[in-house]
Design a protein around this ligand. Sequence first.
Ligand code: SAH
Ligand code: SF4
Ligand code: F3S
Length: 466
Amino acid sequence: MTQETALLPKSPVAGDENAPARKVFVKTYGCQMNVYDSDRMSDALTRDGYVATDVLEDADFVLLNTCHIREKAAEKVYSELGRLRELKKAKASEGREMVIGVAGCVAQAEGNEILRRSPAVDLVIGPQTYHRLPEALKRARNGERVVETDYALEDKFEHLPAPDNAKTRLRGVTAFLTVQEGCDKFCTFCVVPYTRGAEVSRPVAQILAEAERLVDGGVREITLLGQNVNAWHGTGPDGRDWGLGDLLRRLGEIDGLARLRYTTSHPRDMDESLIEAHRSMMKLMPYLHLPVQSGSDRILKAMNRRHTAAEYLALVERIRAVQPDLALSGDFIVGFPGETEEDFEDTMRLVAAVGYAQAFSFKYSSRPGTPGADLKDQVSEDVKAKRLERLQTLLVNQQRDFAAGCVGREIDLLLEKPGRMPGQLVGRSPWLQPVNVDAKRSQIGDIIKVRITKAGSNSLFAEVIE
Ligand code: SAH
Ligand code: SF4
Ligand code: F3S
């Protein structure tokens, strides 16, 4: 043994070289921004001597990264906390510690209320203060019940560790990169402006450095994230004001980065430069998630979406004019307060007119603190359920038609991970569909030419073109 290795601590836990590393289990609910945040928190704890585990029972620290968007999502957290309480008790009886933390949008929205409702919780931390997690965890381990939900004055991204290359390799060849957080739009149904705070864009240099690091770690495809990702803006190295189109073009210059995507976009923020990027940038995938929520102008107005159905349709036409191969995806809410049968028919008509490749649709869920919760004319659960079923039938048919339309096409496939069958890999089509193909494990990360042979219900099948 050389002197150098002899000096290395046996375990990464500072102060106690013989103790096994403490383990953290993170469970993620909600949107992709939570997925990104969970990885960053986990990286921050690794720097502090923790190792990640996916075995709940082994964890010394269990962190739930939660979502507040609909009532069901928020309630799920409390039932999970109930189960964790039992586990914590069982571990305590064996003399083992288990710290329970709640992060994410429920943490931000409910703060102290979580400690009151769930006595087993030791730590509540909001999305703007994740860089303070290691320190907050130390306090919790010292017996304090910690609530950190103030909007931090410092920039969390500057203080969170950059993605760790070794971990990036394990996480795969596609990665998320948050470029924008928060929202100033205040749609009347939505909690995000309250849970994530005001709209903030990360600076260009920070984003470029993180993207380059991801690519060094083997990432081939990056998806830029933001609650309103296309509202991202910053100052370019050229001193000009940059929008998302400029940022995408600059990221497209990174060698080794093959594909770019972005989500979620608001129709009001699709500017000319971003639309143009869909024409000129080969690396920008022909896929756009552009939620509209409703096809009724009356409801759109009540939702404070600040555009009409006709404006949305015109926008879709403009984008398809520059990129005819575009797959569109959307979000819909049925049963917003005051929604009549006629309003709902307008939504069905809009969906029929657009033709979506992919979509997410929800029953309106009244959220405390949002203007929608105070509106009269709440729609009954029964009516919401019926409308949702009709809408989903239409959307599922469109999705199936889109997939069927892919059969016979030759496409580029980014190979991501082992498939269900031995000798198979699963990749992603340009339109984000999973595609199964015969390929070797060593090909993960390659982009190959394939021909789509069959469309299944949730994925496609392809053969390699020699
Ligand atoms: N910023 C995005 C949406 C983020 S929230 C946008 O403006 O389009 C993700 C989706 O959750 C929304 O598009 C909406 O369809 C749904 N959603 C948000 N609040 C909801 C509520 N109170 N009830 C039901 N669905 C909701
Ligand atoms: Fe919520 Fe509207 Fe902001 Fe989207 S734009 S996050 S729906 S308030
Ligand atoms: Fe949910 Fe918060 Fe994302 S409410 S959808 S986790 S921004």
